[in-house]
Design a binder for this molecule. Structure first.
Ligand code: CP
Length: 292
């Protein structure tokens, strides 16, 4: 069995295989493997999509899901995360899906056999989101290599951006990044300034949520002016190519990153991303728990 912590150590071939595997399950659910294991779900940060999606993926794969709630778990009594994992392992849990606000929370965990599936760590990584985004792009274009994507928004606080930018570049995409100066990170991303011109040429535009819970400085709370200055307005979406797609990992701040009317644009794939998340996560569970 394997951990699934991020996609950095996967080859492009392995990532392509996971994408295709997810689409096989989407097109024919009878091909979903029966994994028949106990899987725990521990979200130490809020989540709707990732939590529910992993749980549905686990149930569709014949697993039993155990929810560990932060407020009622022994973490509240001072038990360390590592000791909690060892306890769950002793109870017969094979794998645990964890989201934490701590960057690289998994790094120094010394566990035996329980396998960790990273459902998001701080501002670093959100590998299952990255995989479902790639599934959505591949499903639309039947390729990934050679496509051009613009990722725009609160890059500084976004684990989705950090996961996607590196992996999409590795997969052969041209990745452009746009952010207000206060949301730019120190990473050597390919930042662009001319939003309108860039929108005309990209195959995909991915919006990022303004992560207010990670903003510790009131000066960067610019929600009210955001859409007009930096968001995907209807007017800006009209610049996109007819076959371009609009993505957002969700949850979105309506009329902040994205104007409400853009949500009903037929090029908007946000709901498709959510659906694809279930099948991408079945492929992840099979990678972690399936027979090798
Ligand atoms: N995209 C995403 O991670 O959404 P949730 O926070 O609802 O899981």
């Amino acid at each position: 069995m394997n951990n699934f912590l991020n996609l950095d150590n996967f080859t492009t071939r392995e990532i392509n295989n996971l994408i295709k595997e997810a689409l096989i399950y989407k097109n024919d659910e009878s091909k979903i493997p029966c994994l028949n294991k106990y899987v725990a779900s521990m979200f130490l940060e809020p989540s709707t999509r990732t939590k529910t999606s992993f749980e549905i993926a686990a149930l569709k794969s014949g697993c039993k899901v155990i929810n560990i709630e932060q407020k009622t778990s022994a973490l509240q009594k001072g038990e360390t995360l590592e000791d909690t994992l060892l306890t769950l392992e002793s109870l017969g849990v094979s794998s645990i899906i964890i989201r934490s606000e701590i960057d690289y929370y998994y790094k120094d965990l010394n566990t035996n056999n329980i396998k960790i599936i990273n459902a998001g760590d701080g501002v670093q990584s959100h590998p299952s989101q990255c995989l479902l985004d790639l599934v959505t792009i591949y499903e639309q274009f039947e390729t990934i290599e050679g496509l051009k994507i613009l990722i725009m928004g609160d890059v500084l606080h976004s684990r989705v951006a950090r996961s996607n930018i590196n992996i999409m570049k590795k997969m052969g995409m041209e990745v452009l990044v746009y952010a207000p100066s206060i949301y730019k990170s120190d990473d050597e991303f390919n930042y662009i300034d001319n939003l309108e011109e860039t929108l005309k040429s990209v195959d995909c535009v991915m919006l990022l949520r303004n992560q207010l819970e990670r903003h510790h400085n009131d000066e960067i709370n610019i929600q009210t002016e955001y859409l007009k200055k930096y968001g995907l307005t209807k007017k800006r979406s009209d610049l996109l190519k007819p076959n371009a797609i609009i993505m957002h990992p969700g949850p979105f701040n309506r009329d902040v990153e994205i104007e409400s009317s853009v949500l009903s644009d037929k090029r908007c794939k946000i709901n498709t991303q959510v659906t694809n998340g279930v099948y991408a996560r079945i492929a992840i569970l099979n990678y972690v728990l399936g027979e090798k």
